[in-house]
Design a protein around this ligand. Structure first.
Ligand code: M6R
Length: 608
């Protein structure tokens, strides 16, 4: 995915747009560009990060009262100046930034080239300025409606016309776009985080909508039909204003450290009453329909899939409902069997992951009741699901998911309790589980107190080029998540593995150069894990074990220990993963890696 921003009505649009791009950089950071308009349009582009663009813009001396800007995660064509946005018409009078994938770009490009248009990049996005030129329309909105109406796929886009200095046109379908309304200045961006410091109100564009923005006005239209729509203005949410690093060196560390509060938000408003039933008023099924749910299928990707895998244990153990988890792309292409009583959960921090969106669409088409478990309000998955359960974790900006993951797991735990109480779970068992769940924020606080010890251990092992993470039961997904965290920010090979699976093949890779992180918490299955640790030690693999409280079970093993508080098997995944997040963070810091913007990655994957 990419980040786009637009501004009209500022004496220094360049400054605002560069700042907005820095806030959007989590969405992609391999190249960047900006067009500024005074009388003429001036464009500056560069391969590399926004800081490089800022330097180039400063030395160009260009200023403008309006502009559009882009930070890219390459999909079509390498990260280069030519492929960086904005893309322009040959005469340079129409400039466009785009986020999304234009599926029919080859066909459009061939058609436009036949008509004499000359393309300068390998991108799909470049068809847009040429379509705008080709429209033959004299009104910019009409030209935009023609051009966007020709696109298949997803787009969020902003357009400047040299001939119409008083306006900017925006449109979106399947990619997010938010307008920001200020005082004599209006903005647009992929994420409200980019706008929050400058505006008082926002308008979230829906799929298939376009906007005409001037310095003092904003109008909404449907792309098909040019029908005028009423502006849905809302105040900027407070959390969007709190999007800085708060003194931490990286967003990832800030987000790890703010987990206790983020997790408290996951409980807010859910823990009323003494019946042991968390409240989920947003869940649209009646108690009778809920009791009839025969199966839960979770579709998700990456960390969200690992949260879903943890939820699978909760749904089966606590709610007594058969559950499975599908990589969202598999779900989409495998023609899944969904019975009328199947509940489909789409778990996604961003709510914009292409494969998870497609899974929701597939489930809706097959008549299943769909629940979007999302962090970003009003995201595509939230909007397209039958009901939405929000995490309320606040914006997550580091590419590596931390607080969203623990909030997903906690929310799935509460949801399984809600479903369980609707079925076989007794009031007493429900209450006991609720009391246990309520400890989660404090369990995490306790882990965070030991951050320095975890840092020292991470530094000790930062030489390793291969690591295994092993777990079983509810901690098996935690092992997968721990390994994912390490590999994505440190570029070191890390593999999550069921501890029983190790000797079915992966154990062949163990030797003194391959540390194993073993999740040996005091939960059912611990005895077997101790046996698995012995197997690793017998192959000379150094072992770092996560253990509960003052457990002495590994004292005679001579292994390094990470201590997390005693907790049940249901809450241990959260506290354990927090320890693994810290380990990954400090390991990657020790190796000098770019923590918040790891190479080749972007915060959400809006392509298949
Ligand atoms: O926004 P989503 O939760 O749908 O994103 C899914 C994955 O792309 C995401 O969890 C990814 O694996 C993270 N980089 C993990 O830290």
């Amino acid at each position: 995915m990419c980040g786009i921003a637009g501004c009209i009505g500022s004496p220094d649009a360049g400054k605002i747009l560069i700042d907005a791009l820095k806030r959007l950089e989590y969405r992609g950071y391999d190249s960047a560009g900006i067009t500024l308009g005074g009388k003429k349009l001036h464009t500056v582009k560069t391969a590399g990060k926004v800081a490089a663009l800022e330097a180039k813009l400063l030395s160009s001396g260009y200023k403008g009262t309006r502009g559009i800007a882009h930070t890219r995660w390459a999909t079509h064509g390498i990260p280069s100046e030519a492929n960086a946005h904005p893309h322009l018409t040959e005469d340079g009078t129409i400039s466009v930034v785009h986020n999304g994938i234009i599926e029919n770009h080859q066909q459009l490009r061939a058609e436009l080239e036949k008509k004499g248009h000359v393309f300068r990049s390998e991108t799909d996005s470049e068809v847009i300025p040429h379509l705008l030129e080709e429209s033959g329309e004299s009104d910019p909105l009409a030209a935009a409606l023609y051009a966007f109406g020709r696109l298949k796929g997803s787009f969020a886009s902003a357009v400047l016309f040299e001939k119409y200095p008083d306006q900017m046109i925006c449109a979106c379908h399947g990619s997010p776009l938010v307008l920001g309304l200020g005082d004599g200045m209006n903005l647009a961006a992929s994420d409200m985080l980019a706008l929050a410091p400058y505006v008082s109100r926002i308008v979230v564009l829906h799929d298939g909508e376009a906007a005409r923005i001037t310095a003092n006005s904003a109008e909404l239209f449907t792309i098909s039909g040019a029908k005028s729509i009423q502006l849905r203005e809302e105040p900027v949410p407070g959390e969007a204003r709190n999007a800085d690093k708060n003194g931490y060196e990286h967003f990832m560390l800030k987000e790890i450290m703010e987990q206790p509060e983020a997790l408290e938000h996951a409980f807010a408003g859910r823990m009323n009453g003494d019946r042991g039933v968390p409240t989920f008023p947003e869940f649209g099924l009646s108690p009778r329909e809920t009791a009839r749910i025969s199966r839960i299928v979770t579709a998700a990707c990456g960390s969200s899939m690992h949260a879903g895998l943890t939820g699978q244990y909760y749904f089966e153990d606590i709610a007594g409902i058969a559950a499975s988890v599908e990589q969202a792309a598999e779900f989409r292409y495998r023609n899944p069997i969904l019975e009328p009583d199947t509940l489909v959960l789409a778990v996604s921090q961003s709510g914009e992951t292409a494969d998870t969106i497609a899974a929701v669409r597939e489930a809706v088409a097959k008549g299943a009741y769909t629940v979007g478990v999302c962090n970003v309000p009003d995201s595509t998955i939230a909007r397209e699901s039958d009901c939405r359960i929000y995490l309320h974790a606040g914006p997550e900006q580091s590419v590596a998911s931390t607080k969203a993951f623990t909030s997903q797991v906690t929310t799935l735990l509460l949801f399984s309790l809600f479903l369980g109480r609707n079925r076989r779970l007794s009031r007493d068992d429900g209450l006991a589980l609720m009391r246990e769940a309520e400890r989660i924020p404090d369990l995490v606080r306790e882990v965070l107190k030991h951050a320095d010890e975890i840092r020292d251990l991470a530094r000790k092992y930062a030489w390793a080029e291969d690591l295994f993470y092993i777990g079983r039961g509810c901690l098996y997904p935690a092992a997968l998540e721990g390994a994912l965290k390490l590999k994505e920010i440190s570029y070191v090979h890390a593999e999550g593995c069921h501890s029983a699976e190790l000797k079915h093949g992966p154990i062949a890779l163990l030797d003194e150069k391959v540390p194993v992180i073993a999740l040996a918490n005091r939960i059912p299955g611990q005895e077997k894990m101790l046996g698995n640790i012995r197997e690793c030690l017998a192959r000379n693999a150094p072992v770092i074990a996560v253990v509960s409280g003052n457990d002495t079970c590994l004292d005679s093993f001579g292994v390094d220990l990470i201590r997390v508080p005693e907790s049940s098997r249901f809450t241990a995944p959260v506290s354990t993963v927090v320890a693994l997040q810290l380990f990954a963070y400090y390991f990657a810091c020790e190796r000098g890696c770019a923590i918040d913007q790891p190479r080749n990655l972007a915060k959400s994957v809006t392509v298949e």
